[in-house]
Design a binder for this molecule. Structure first.
Ligand code: AMP
Ligand code: FE
Ligand code: FE
Ligand code: ZN
Length: 285
């Protein structure tokens, strides 16, 4: 079926580090005139039902998704996953393990920060929803609430920067394990914003080939954090490995300047994605 309206395949709600509830996010996407939006909270599918309910009657198509955390050596690599079975046991247990790891890691970061600034763990919990995926953005919000920094961006440039001395890592599977898990659950994996570090190749071509062999569907090239040099290399990789090209906003509500629909995906790519995903269905509201 042909898709109408702009297609934005990467957004976050308050289930992870977006600032709007899934319902409000869907209403904002509809108001912004999008035709299709994917909800891709970090390591959680908890917003899917509310997003579907909110889409009813809006004409908006909702693609259920997630942004899976993976670790590649010292680097945190994000893997978008669409249309997988949210009850798949491996996905359920692995994402639970990641969320629990994130929680304890955030506690360790806050413990260190609290020696120098007046925030407590309770302040951070107050910035997140029960059972949601905790990340540095919630610590940033607590720092903003205490008047330590002006906004999330300022927090990430200083106290929450990985070089700041407060940084801690958290458990996540490898990108290859992530792709395999998503594909095994009927899902479609897309490497998120892969070129945020310019010429520095976080994932070398041989490792990308392994991901392709495991079923990687595409690369999120049209994203504000990919550098121009990086995008050039990604287009070459997409041609070489016959990968699809996606584009998206990575909207986080008030948490980031990114605006819904600021980058979009071609309708033909969405058609292929919808045909490839077998673990869950898109919802046409
Ligand atoms: P974490 O996964 O806990 O390490 O935190 C990383 C998350 O913080 C990413 O998902 C981004 O959405 C968010 N983030 C990274 N840099 C910034 C920034 N400069 N401003 C706001 N949010 C950011
Ligand atoms: Fe985020
Ligand atoms: Fe990301
Ligand atoms: Zn994201």
């Amino acid at each position: 079926m042909p898709q109408r309206g702009a297609i934005d395949l990467h957004t976050h709600s308050s289930v992870s580090d977006g600032t709007q509830t899934p319902g409000d996010l869907i209403r904002a996407a509809s108001a912004a005139g999008l035709g299709t939006v994917a909800l891709t909270d970090h390591d959680s599918t908890a917003g899917w039902d509310e997003a579907r309910e909110a889409a009813a009657g809006t004409g908006l198509t909702v693609v259920p998704g997630m942004e899976l955390s993976t670790n590649y050596g010292p680097a945190s690599v994000h893997m978008l996953a669409y249309l997988f079975d949210p009850t798949d046991p491996a996905i359920v247990s692995e994402t639970l393990k990641i969320r629990e790891g994130r929680l304890h890691r955030a506690e360790r970061i806050v413990e260190k920060i609290s020696r120098d600034y007046g925030i407590t763990w309770a302040d951070v919990l107050a910035q997140s929803v029960d059972g949601g995926t905790i990340g540095r953005p919630h610590i940033a919000d607590a720092l903003v609430a205490h008047g330590v920094v002006a906004d999330r961006s300022a927090a990430f440039q200083s106290i929450l920067h990985w070089k700041s001395g407060y940084y801690e890592k958290y458990y996540a599977p490898s990108p290859l394990a992530g792709v395999r898990m998503i594909v095994a659950a009927g899902g479609v994996p897309v490497l998120a914003h892969p070129a945020t570090h310019g010429r520095y190749r976080v994932i070398e071509d041989s490792a990308i080939r392994e991901l392709v062999d495991a079923g990687l569907f595409g690369l999120e090239i049209h994203h504000r954090d990919n550098t121009d040099d990086g995008k050039e290399r990604l287009f070459e990789l997409a041609a070489k490995f016959d990968l699809q090209v996606t584009g998206s906003s990575d909207f986080h509500g008030e948490g980031k300047p990114n605006l819904l629909g600021e980058n979009t995906t071609e309708p033909a790519v969405l058609e292929k994605l919808l045909a490839a995903g077998t673990g869950s269905r898109p919802f046409r509201g």
